[in-house]
Design a protein around this ligand. Structure first.
Ligand code: KIV
Length: 324
């Protein structure tokens, strides 16, 4: 399997993730909710894109994830899958099963998992919970739906957990997490998210499983890491949990860009003549540059960042002989 500095270049599947664990290669997973960000995440080399039900908070502005529906998830999964296809097509797309889409019975759960694959164009599903979901995971694995587990802090159980807090500090809780992880792996999960568990426990679970663990607030010994994309980018200045590392401050940069736009509109500086159409047909080069932003947004143009912008460039990782 060929690799680049940014990671593997071939299509990521659950089999590749297993191989990565075996070879000690760390897995980089992020959430994504729309085609534009999915395209960028894929181009940057993200292994797995999770269309998380965290969209109930970061996209919809809710206090928790409980109001997210199957229709919301299908809509966002499809957008992300299309963003990935418009880029390199390498990232694996995983869709979250939302609250009450799988808790009410096997048949409904299977139907909803199938909808995320058929209508949402996801390649796998994720569900929160432990050993109680073994029969469901077994059925899904048998009918060809790859399942990612999620234990520890499971936000869909926020009311019974009594708040967003670290799970597994007490012995009984730690024992339950260990046996849940084992049961999910044996039932056929291809990976398990460990959310907000002590790093020692996460390391122990990781070492005991043949499948990869993906940590969020679970320390450095997991086989991979996941963050909510908007947290990594610093889109919300008020949200600063300990486990998030901010790699940018987009809140500030977005506000600054919008502020410049507003000033230029108010001062009559924008649009300038190069952003306007004349009555006469323009020379071809000018007409093309007027159209290029929309072509780029649709995934048709993949170019390096304008060096005049003073930003460093993340190279693209095209599939060998494949799509860009
Ligand atoms: O919904 C989500 O984004 C998640 C990740 C934080 C693991 O479940």
């Amino acid at each position: 399997m060929s690799t680049t500095k940014g990671g593997r270049t071939s299509k990521v599947t659950h089999l590749v993730l297993r191989q990565m664990k075996e070879q000690g290669e760390r897995i980089a997973m992020l959430t994504a909710y729309d085609a534009s960000f999915a395209r960028l995440c894929d181009q940057a080399g993200t292994d797995v894109l999770l269309v998380g039900d965290s969209l109930g908070m970061v996209i919809q502005g809710g206090d928790n994830t409980l109001g997210v529906t199957m229709e919301h998830m299908i809509y966002h999964c499809r957008a992300v899958a299309r963003g990935v296809s418009a880029a390199t097509g390498r990232s694996m797309v995983v869709g979250d099963l939302p609250f009450m889409s799988y808790q009410t019975g096997l048949d409904e759960a299977l139907r909803n998992a199938g909808r995320l694959i058929k209508e949402g164009e996801a390649e796998a599903v994720k569900l929160e919970g432990g050993a109680e979901y073994v029969p469901l995971v077994e059925r899904m694995a048998r009918i060809g739906i790859p399942v990612m587990g999620h234990i520890g802090l499971t936000p869909q159980s926020i009311h019974s957990l009594g708040g967003y807090r670290v799970q597994g500090r007490e012995q009984a809780q730690a024992d339950k997490l260990r046996s849940d992880a084992q049961a999910l792996a044996e039932a056929g999960c291809f990976a398990i998210v460990l959310e907000c568990v002590p790093k020692e426990l996460a390391a122990e679970i990781t070492a005991s499983l043949p499948i990869p663990t993906i940590g969020i607030g679970a320390g450095p010994e997991c086989d991979g890491q996941v963050l909510v994309l908007y947290d990594l980018l610093g889109m919300n200045e008020e949200f600063r949990p300990r486990f998030v590392k901010r790699y940018d401050n987009l809140a500030l940069r977005v506000r600054t860009a919008i502020d410049s736009y507003i000033s230029e509109v108010r001062d009559g500086e924008f649009p300038a003549s190069e952003h306007s159409f004349g009555r006469d047909k323009e020379p071809r080069a000018a007409a093309q540059s007027a159209a290029s932003p929309r072509v780029a947004a649709a995934g048709g143009v993949v170019s390096e960042i304008d060096p005049t912008a003073g930003l460093s460039c993340v190279p693209l990782h095209p599939l060998p002989g494949g799509k860009r």
